[in-house]
Design a protein around this ligand. Structure first.
Ligand code: NAD
Length: 268
């Protein structure tokens, strides 16, 4: 009989993780590789993708390749899917991680450049939809698969902008909230579309992670707004939920949005 721990194994599985050369995407790739998956690391910069893939292969003894991808470019998306199929002839897991960029440039809606609004929605919503379109078709053919879309708590709460302003940090623009809300809605409807083909589709909404670049005072202020009194930690706080949703352990879980925020969203 298969044990509970066996159901977290990913041997023979093939995963694509977008924007995985660093930070949360890299963590997600590590979690899958540690469980035995062969991983495709994508980045807009090929060299960075290849370096991250080598790091992962060396660390976990699994197979990993790096591919160049701008996930808003439909031709490039199709190319990466074809390259993955040439490599392993299947795709079991898609982690739609690429996106972010929420605090870049002028973020106040009333001063924000409309082009920046469109670009942010393109990389955080259109790109993930294109990835689901290309990879989803393969999964339907295989009659199995796991899609995990990285959303954000920005989709669920109005922000305390004062916390950002008093710590000299750019606030999150409302188009980021809109894009991530779209990711969660897309996840639910795609789950319904793909359930008859044995494909599970879920979202993860991280809260703020401290990647080492944030002002100390901001980290303190933000931490106080969480129930657990801290921001998320890299190489730790996202890994478990990624592995769960990517593995057979979660075969009866679909259309969900799992919030990983130390209790921020439901605090006060
Ligand atoms: N860090 C956080 O606190 C946090 C919180 C909630 C949600 N998120 C989400 O988690 C994901 C990863 O966040 P992160 O903090 O690791 O971000 P990051 O900026 O460190 O990494 C995101 C990656 O996506 C890539 N990317 C952006 N646009 C792209 C495009 N058009 N084509 C290809 N690649 C593109 C970037 O180059 C980068 O490598 C993002 O979707 C982000 O919105 C992050």
């Amino acid at each position: 009989m298969e044990s509970t721990l066996d159901r977290f194994q990913l041997k023979e599985k093939v995963a694509i993780i977008t924007g995985a050369a660093r930070d949360l995407g890299f963590d997600a790739a590590c979690a899958l590789a540690e469980a035995g998956a062969s991983v495709v690391i994508t980045s807009r910069v090929l060299d960075k993708a290849e370096q991250a893939a080598k790091k992962i292969a060396d660390r976990f003894g699994t197979e990993a390749i790096g591919l160049e991808l701008d996930h808003t470019d439909w031709q490039k998306v199709q190319q990466v899917v074809n390259q993955t199929l040439e490599w392993k002839n299947r795709i079991d897991i898609l982690i739609n991680n690429a996106g972010g960029g929420s605090g870049m440039g002028e973020c106040n809606l009333f001063k924000r450049d409309p082009k920046a609004i469109a670009a942010l929605i393109e990389s955080n919503l259109i790109g993930p939809i294109l990835m689901c379109k290309a990879v989803g078709e393969i999964m339907i053919r295989q009659k199995s698969g796991k899609i995990i879309n990285i959303a954000s708590i920005a989709a669920m709460v109005g922000r305390d902008r004062d916390m950002y302003h008093r710590n000299n940090k750019n606030e999150q623009p409302i188009d980021y909230a809109a894009a991530k809300g779209g990711v969660i809605s897309m996840t639910r409807d795609l789950a319904a579309l793909m359930a008859p083909f044995g494909v599970c589709v879920n979202a993860i909404s991280p809260g703020g992670f401290d990647k080492g670049e944030l002002p100390k005072a901001f980290v303190q202020d933000y931490s106080q707004e969480t129930m657990l009194g801290r921001m998320g930690k890299l190489d730790q706080d996202l890994n478990g939920i990624i592995l769960f949703l990517a593995s057979p352990a979660s075969d009866y879980v679909t259309a969900q949005n799992i919030i990983v925020d130390g209790g921020f969203t439901f605090s006060k």
